[in-house]
Design a protein around this ligand. Structure first.
Ligand code: HEC
Ligand code: HEC
Ligand code: HEC
Ligand code: HEC
Ligand code: HEC
Length: 505
């Protein structure tokens, strides 16, 4: 049997081109099966080997197959004989003789062709599936996607595939994404890409096709309580608390809804922004179900209004607020607060908050210099403080170094020029961005009424940098200079739609 196959291969390797074709197809076939087997039993899961298995091998296989008829064609031309004569020369006469279903050579070619078609289809499906794996997207172009991959692995969506947000549903989405991906891969190989990768990502599919496969607006109701702990710069890194009751309801009637009102199914909010960057908003339209709409114009951008590019009007969706939903780069201070709160660093290490923050936010020329600089900074500080003595103390300092380096590694990527705050987060209102892009006194309608921006529109405030998490729920103290504000915030919470006490029968 094996001898027969060898004879057959020898028969079709009529010249150099034919030989190359046979070698290419055979190695590609065997290699594919071998690596696929290793992957199935879980030995391999490296994206580079994946690139070889799913892109190089199938390509080699197809090229090899194409070479064979080409070789035969040139061979026949050179020899100047008929196909029949040549077949008789290359193969055993017995194999060429016409049988009931055609000659044996013909049958072998037929069977092999069927195997090839099956193989190419199977490999093709595997290749497409492989390209959908986050591991592929995140690591095949390692240095380019490194930052997003790192952030993604720590996010609430670390089990959601990249393509579920970046590609979406439908054949046209998949095809255009694959073509776009090929172009990007070529550019990545030529190092021809922007660092950092610019946002907003304009190719992102509308979130109806992505996010809303898993979350949908009618599902948001009520409110969500969040407490933010901020540690002080003092010796004990004393904690202070900010507690917000976020009104995340969708609602439907204006004035009764909450934060997800913008994406309610019968609502539409559209806007134009300077240069399509979605940072400086020129005007906002709020369209109601009956077709009427209200326009708010930014009185500080009156001049730009006429230049607003009407082909780039954007309908607000999830990503206008949740732009950092997966690639969560932390704010330096918030990151340190978070690690202390989770008990990863010992809060009673003197000045640990202040020193960790100083160590990670200094300017370093490279990733390695950063990690080393952080170690030097903390070690130097505690040595000067004479705190390193004693095995227990030394352990706790080492721990702080490791945690600080982890924060740095996760958020800073010199080769992609990603530093603190390279990517802004639109979810809150840091530095007048986020919600305050629209919710500010400059956004006025024809009557001069601004988009609402009172502090309790989006959240009740139960503590604002206080020693107690629920400071404003206590009976306010008349002697306190903030008495009026406390009273107001307390009543606002107790009387709000979402206020826990009000919903009690
Ligand atoms: C839950 C949805 C979701 C998943 C899963 C997801 N992304 Fe993203 N991605 C986004 C959003 C939203 C943006 C920001 C778009 C914007 O700002 O315009 C983004 C932006 C990016 C950017 C642009 C740079 C940046 O940080 O803004 C890259 C590159 C990227 N994603 C790669 C990936 C890779 C690789 C994976 C898988 C490992 C992945 N994404 C998984 C939603 C997702
Ligand atoms: C394939 C399903 C899927 C898709 C697509 C998806 N998500 Fe999620 N999302 C999840 C899961 C699962 C969680 C985690 C829930 C948990 O941890 O309780 C989550 C959590 C979240 C959270 C809460 C995060 C937190 O800190 O608690 C937000 C906000 C969110 N998703 C927004 C989005 C947005 C915006 C998109 C589109 C860009 C999106 N999701 C796409 C499945 C998905
Ligand atoms: C692109 C502009 C834009 C951005 C960005 C924006 N909003 Fe709005 N928002 C509006 C408009 C327009 C209205 C309706 C006018 C009004 O209520 O005064 C509105 C109304 C609201 C309402 C009241 C809903 C109701 O039932 O009337 C809440 C709550 C709200 N927004 C929260 C937020 C939060 C939180 C953010 C940031 C995470 C945000 N918005 C970002 C445009 C925006
Ligand atoms: C106007 C800004 C805005 C828009 C638009 C928006 N969200 Fe949100 N969303 C928020 C804010 C603010 C929160 C509360 C954040 C927090 O909990 O820290 C939130 C919370 C969430 C949560 C967590 C809910 C929970 O119960 O804790 C999910 C999931 C979510 N959003 C998904 C989405 C999806 C999907 C869309 C698009 C259909 C969307 N959001 C559109 C601002 C927005
Ligand atoms: C348009 C909606 C909106 C308005 C108006 C608004 N906020 Fe906020 N605020 C938010 C959202 C959304 C967050 C982010 C919640 C989160 O981080 O999950 C936030 C966060 C905060 C935080 C916590 C920041 C932190 O992490 O420590 C404070 C404090 C705060 N707001 C105070 C205010 C005050 C004071 C005002 C009035 C000047 C105000 N907010 C007006 C939506 C709003």
């Amino acid at each position: 049997m094996f001898r027969k196959y060898r004879n057959f291969l020898r028969g079709i390797s009529v010249n150099r081109i034919g030989q190359v074709g046979v070698i290419l197809t055979t190695t590609a076939f065997a290699g594919f099966l071998f690596f696929e087997f290793l992957r199935l039993i879980g030995v391999l899961d490296n994206a580079y080997i994946g690139l070889i298995t799913y892109m190089l091998f199938p390509a080699m296989f197809i090229v090899g197959l194409a070479l064979m008829p080409l070789a035969w064609y040139r061979y026949r031309k050179k020899q100047g004989k008929s196909t029949k004569e040549l077949l008789n020369e290359r193969f055993d006469p017995g194999d060429v003789r016409e049988g009931f279903f055609g000659s044996r050579v013909f049958l072998v070619i037929l069977v092999l062709t069927m195997v090839n078609v099956l193989f190419i289809t199977g490999a093709g499906f595997r290749t497409l599936k492989f390209m959908d794996e986050p591991k592929f997207c995140g690591t095949a172009c390692h240095s380019v996607m490194g930052p997003e991959w790192t952030a993604y692995q720590q996010s609430p969506h670390s089990r959601v595939k990249c393509v579920e947000c970046h590609v979406g549903q439908g054949v046209d989405a998949v095809v255009s994404a694959k073509l776009n991906g090929l172009r990007q891969m070529a550019l990545a190989m030529l190092s021809d890409y922007e660092r950092p990768i610019p946002t907003p990502v304009h190719q992102l599919r509308p979130s109806r096709e992505t996010c809303e496969q898993c979350h949908w607006p009618d599902k948001f109701y009520g409110s969500r309580m969040v407490t933010r702990t901020h540690y002080g710069m003092d010796r004990n890194s004393t904690p202070r608390y900010t507690t917000l009751q976020l009104k995340i309801d969708t609602g439907h009637d204006a004035g009764k809804g909450g934060i997800h009102w913008h994406v309610a199914s019968d609502n539409q909010v559209q806007y134009a922004s300077v240069g399509d960057k979605r940072e400086d908003i020129i005007w906002v339209d709020w369209r109601q179900p009956d077709g009427s709409y209200r326009r708010f114009e930014n009185i500080r951008l009156k001049n730009e209004a006429s230049e607003a590019d009407h082909s780039r009007i954007r309908t607000m969706d999830c990503v206008d607020c949740h732009n950092r939903v997966t690639h969560v780069y932390e704010d330096a201070e918030a990151a340190v607060d978070d690690r202390i709160m989770r008990g990863l660093v010992d809060r009673f290490l003197p000045f640990v908050k202040r020193e960790m923050l100083a160590a990670i936010s200094a300017n370093y020329p490279s990733d390695e210099a950063g990690l080393e600089g952080i170690r030097k900074h903390l070690m130097g500080f505690y040595r000067a403080l004479d705190a390193v003595q004693g095995a227990r103390m030394a352990d706790r300092i080492d721990q702080a170094v490791v945690v600080a380096q982890d924060i740095y590694r996760r958020n800073i990527h010199h080769h992609m020029r990603i530093d603190w705050n390279t990517y802004s987060n639109h979810l809150g209102h840091q530095q007048d961005g986020g919600c305050f892009r629209c919710h500010n006194p400059n956004m006025r309608d024809k009557q001069g009424k601004a988009i609402r921006h009172d502090c309790t529109l989006c959240h009740s405030i139960l503590a604002y940098d206080e020693e107690n998490r629920f400071q404003y729920l206590f009976e306010p103290d008349k002697k306190n200079p903030n008495y009026k504000m406390h009273l107001f915030l307390r009543n606002e919470f107790l009387n709000s739609e979402q206020g826990a006490l009000k919903t009690r029968p």
